[in-house]
Design a protein around this ligand. Structure first.
Ligand SMILES: *Cc1c(COP(=O)(O)O)cnc(C)c1O
Length: 243
């Protein structure tokens, strides 16, 4: 399995490189983030030792459980899961440098309170629901600019860009539409030059659709299954309301 993980990472990097070549982009402009939900510390350690520094969890509980074992290996932690306000206090104990799933003002308010108390700042991406599915988290595309303006008022929170989960579909054009929408929203926000807001990062694309995302401008692709294998827990456990 450990050899497999290393080989899978190499294969994903090749896929990113080819997608970059097809869209005249520099592969250096696309970061590979390893989505490590349900993956054991041992396997994550193998990936980290192979030189893959950017990882992310979906649940604070899992982040906490793996923290002790992984903290000795240099790496960067993002958070990509649905976040409940009452978990923020816990989350910011575990060296997360970016919350990619900020999707509502109430969450930003709570986050600001905690960060201010600790005299810290934190990067965030705004999660957008580009697939218009009720089951997915994320701010609706129409509300994004307003949310960005509101969050920008909190000086502890540094907006660095946008994140989305594309439609899970075999129809590539429908998937592409999600990513293109995120890129359009990014451009709309950029031209407004809101202070305390950067729009450098576009986190989009996963195991099944990373090529499309790279072609549409992704700067971070989040890959789990294609590196660590199939999970026994369905995505709905992480992505839907009510858990
Ligand atoms: C699990 C997850 C991923 C990775 O998905 P795979 O299909 O396993 O590559 C990416 N983003 C988010 C938000 C996830 O929860």
């Amino acid at each position: 399995m450990s050899q497999q993980i290393v080989e899978n990472i190499i294969r994903i990097k090749e896929r990113i490189t080819i997608a970059c070549e097809n869209s005249y982009r520099d592969p250096k402009d696309v970061k590979l983030l390893l989505a490590t939900k349900t993956v054991s510390e041992e396997y994550i350690e193998i990936a980290l030792n192979a030189g893959h520094i950017l990882i992310a969890e979906n649940k604070v509980q899992e982040l906490k459980e793996k923290f002790e074992k992984l903290k000795k290996i240099p790496h960067t932690n993002h958070f990509i899961g649905h976040l409940q306000s009452n978990k923020i206090k816990d989350l910011i104990k575990y060296n997360v440098t970016c919350i990619q799933s900020l999707d509502r003002l109430s969450l930003a308010e709570k986050l600001h309170q905690h960060l201010e108390k600790e005299g810290r700042v934190l990067d965030v991406l705004i999660q957008v629901n580009t697939s218009f599915e009720d089951s997915k988290f994320g701010m609706s595309p129409r509300g994004v600019i307003e949310l960005v303006r509101q969050v920008a008022q909190f000086d502890t929170i540094k907006i660095k860009g946008l994140m989305t989960i594309g439609l899970l579909s075999t129809d590539n054009e429908k998937v592409r539409r999600c990513f293109r929408l995120l890129k359009d929203i990014q451009k709309n926000i950029e031209v407004q030059q809101i202070s305390n807001v950067q729009m450098t990062e576009l986190s989009m694309g996963m195991s099944g659709d990373l090529e499309i995302a790279v072609e549409e401008g992704a700067t971070i692709v989040r890959v789990g299954t294609a590196i660590f294998g199939q999970r026994s827990t369905p995505n709905s456990f992480y992505w839907n309301e009510g858990n």
